[in-house]
Every structure is written in C-alpha cells, then in structure tokens.
Write a protein of this length. Structure first.
Length: 430
C-alpha cells in the first residue's frame, strides 16, 4: 500500500545508519501502520521485546501493550522499534544501558543525552518522525536538548503510565520527542486521557493543538537569576542571554526572579526518586520478573538474579532502602517530601504571576562518552529539569541554536494543565 511507504523508508534508514548511532535495541520489521514512531524500551509492547536497557530483562517479551502504545496503534502509528535508554531510565547519557551507548547524531563522540537518548537520537537523525520517551527528572527534555529536537513532559496525570515500567511513580510521565511542537501536540492528543488502568490519570479533555496559532506577544515570563550562577557552562549562559533578547523582540516581557530553593532540587529528587526505586524494583528478583539465575536455595537465587542489575541501579536501590529505613526515614525521606512541597509551592506562586518560567534545559551541552565518572556530576545536570517533575508541571525543551557546534535547548515550564498553552507558546517562538 502507498500508505506504508513512510514505514518502509524509516526501516530502511534505520538499517542504513543505526550502526553508527545505536538508537535502537530492537527493530520491528513487522511494523504496520502509516506513521513510523519509535518507543523507549521501558514502555511495554505486546510481542516485542522490552528490555528497559537491562540484562535482567534482556529476553522479556510482554503479553500486552502499554496504554500509550495501544492508542498509537489505533491511530495508524507503526512502532518501528524500541529505543535505547539508561538501565530502567536511571541516567543522563544512555551510558548506563546494559547493551551499548547511543551516539549523538551531531557528534558521534558525544552522548545523545538520557535517559531517553535512543528516542532523541532516532528523531534527530531522521530514523523516525517521532518517538516516545519517559521523563522522571528530565529524561525527555535533556536528550531532546542535546540532540536539537523538541521534547515535551506533560502535566502529571495527563498520560497513562500503564505499561511504563515504573522508576519513580510520583514523578514518571510519558511524552513525545519530535521535530516540532506542533507534532508534539498532535501526539499528545492521541496518547493522553483518563485510563482506568492508571488511577493517577485525570479526566481533562484538553485539545493540545488548540493554541498552536495563538499570538503570545505581551505575555510575561520569568527566569531564575540562578541561571547565571555557578556550574552553568559559559556557552549556555550566552545562548540564554540571546534567548531573552529574542523573546523581548517578540514583545514578550521577560523578568528575573530569585529562586534560591533551586539549590535543593537535586538533593530532594535524589532522595525521593531512589526511595521509589527501592520499592518499585523489588519485583525484579528472578522469581516474579526477570531472568532467573538458578542456584542453591532461594536466597542464592535472588542474590544471583539481582546481581544482573547495573551499578547505577544498585546504587539507587541501596540509597532508597537506606532513606526509607526506620532509623533514617524522618531525617531523609520525610524531610525530602516536605521540601518537595515547599519547592512546588514556590514554583506555583511564580506561575500565578507569570505565564511561564524559562531556563536553559541543561546547564551543559552534550558531553563526551565516558568523560563523566562521578555520579554527583551527572546528578547536577538535572538541575533545571527536576523542578517540573517535583511539582508535576508541563515543560518543553525546544532547540535554540548551537554552542560550540552542539545543539542547545531552552525550557518552557507552565502551570498545571496549561499543556496546550506551553505547546502553543513553543510553536509561537519556534
Ligand atoms: N537523570 C535523571 C536520573 O538519572 C532523570 C532520569 C529520568 O528522567 N528518567 O534520575
């Protein structure tokens, strides 16, 4: 059929270039539909391997489709493959995938970002027109920024997480990675909606495409002055100054705000997310889920099976188990929950006064593969993306030129359920 030409082309392109980029863990030769799309490999697909980038799930073939996948298929999307990610989506560069590292299409010596690095690279290199990612602390927006494409994290509760292998359930959200915000809005209209299989989804009936032709001149946006502080690459600061000028030229009012709580967001996230990990990942024990490494007795079987997990995943499980333990619960987990509330309140009060909060998506551009050794250095990269997850807000990363020949992304964060407005504004300035 003539309809299937795009799917054929996409599969051909993947075959031609993917050994250079490594976007895909699994290619689906039998994909059928009209529009080729890639899906991050922590979103389950019936009859198609879903590995989560982990040795433990290397051979896992799900028996059902995630709600988002079901919806895509119903709307003529063809799932051409499953994309690489950091193991269980924990990471910032796909370097923690158990299989291989995805390369940045703009510079093959650098990471594509993470954890949805495979999805972002697949879109940026033209292997597919769109992809799904998941975002717990920035994993859609940061790789989109590193690869020069659009990445959108919806308001928490707008997209069903049924069939998304849980990382940190109170933060996780599925969203699109595309070439334009119009495409992202189109996909949002398909994948969103209340789902009886995910009790955290809400009934909202948003038309995500409704504000794509809106004129956003005369609105006012704010940026945290901390953007020009320590730890932010010089080139990013320069691009952000340019971004402010660019917005002002469009007659948008840009104001500086002080957001001192920003220095606590990384610490807060890295208490809350691992705590949820320690609980969510307990099912991967070789008995309930995952390759079983059979050995003498049950305990040995558990231990050997769990040993298939990578270093970063184990670090998070241990950290989470520690902060949830009776002796430390009050000192860490409970305190982090309170700080999360404070941070959310602060952001929401800014958004009472301003239409959007803007910032660079990432404090740096794509780094060299293997360059970063210290986990804390990785964690700090999430500083601008984490706030939207802690507060459950919609945020988009759009490409805004280059610094040292590497793509730079700018982030726009809006009020809860203002998703159509965020997408509309992104489209207005694109
Ligand atoms: N880089 C963050 C982390 O490692 C975010 C990951 C994500 O959003 N899935 O936890």
């Amino acid at each position: 059929r003539k309809d299937e030409i795009y799917v054929k082309k996409s599969l051909e392109t993947i075959k031609l270039i993917d050994d250079k980029i490594n976007s895909f863990i699994t290619i689906n030769e039998n994909a059928n539909g009209i529009i080729p799309i890639a899906v991050k490999d922590n979103i389950v697909t019936k009859g198609l391997k879903t590995t989560c980038g982990s040795k433990l799930l290397e051979n896992f073939v799900p028996s059902f489709d995630a709600t988002v996948v079901k919806k895509l298929k119903k709307n003529n999307f063809a799932i051409v493959g499953k994309t690489n990610l950091d193991e269980f989506a924990m990471g910032t560069g796909t370097e923690f995938s158990a299989f291989f590292v995805t390369k940045n299409p703009w510079d093959n010596e650098r990471v594509a970002g993470g954890s949805s690095g495979g999805s972002a690279a697949a879109v940026a290199s033209g292997e597919v027109v769109a992809a799904l990612g998941s975002d717990t602390g920035g994993s859609i927006r940061q790789p989109a920024a590193f690869c020069g494409v659009v990445g959108f994290k919806p308001t928490y509760g707008l997209v069903s997480r049924y069939g998304l292998v849980a990382f940190a359930s109170s933060l996780d959200q599925i969203g699109p990675i595309t070439k334009s915000s119009g495409d992202a809005a189109y996909i949002m209209n398909i994948i969103s909606g209340k789902d009886e299989n995910d009790s955290t989804t809400v009934e909202k009936n948003i038309d995500f495409e409704s504000l794509l032709n809106e004129n956003f001149s005369n609105i006012s946006v704010a940026y945290p002055e901390e953007v020009f502080g320590e730890g932010i690459e010089e080139g990013i600061k320069i691009k952000f100054e340019e971004f402010i000028k660019f917005l002002e030229k469009k007659r948008i009012k840009v104001e500086k705000i002080s957001f001192p709580e920003l220095k606590y967001v990384v610490a807060t996230y890295y208490i809350i997310a691992p705590a949820e990990v320690s609980s969510n990942l307990s099912r991967f024990d070789g008995i309930r889920y995952g390759n079983r490494i059979k050995s003498e007795g049950l305990l040995e079987t558990y231990l050997k099976s769990r040993k298939q997990l990578g270093e970063e995943v184990i670090r998070r499980i241990m950290l989470g188990t520690f902060t949830l333990s009776a002796a430390y619960y009050d000192a860490y987990f409970e305190k982090a929950q309170k700080v999360r509330r404070l941070i959310s309140n602060t952001i929401n009060s800014f958004l009472e006064k301003y239409d959007f909060i803007i910032s660079p998506t990432s404090p740096i551009t794509a780094f060299k593969i293997g360059e970063v050794k210290d986990p804390l250095v990785y964690y700090m990269m999430d500083i601008f993306t984490i706030p939207a997850n802690l507060a459950g807000l919609p945020a988009i990363s759009i490409p805004f030129g280059f610094s040292n020949n590497l793509p730079v992304g700018m982030q726009i964060m809006g009020k809860r359920f203002d998703d159509a407005k965020v997408l509309g504004f992104a489209n207005f300035i694109e």
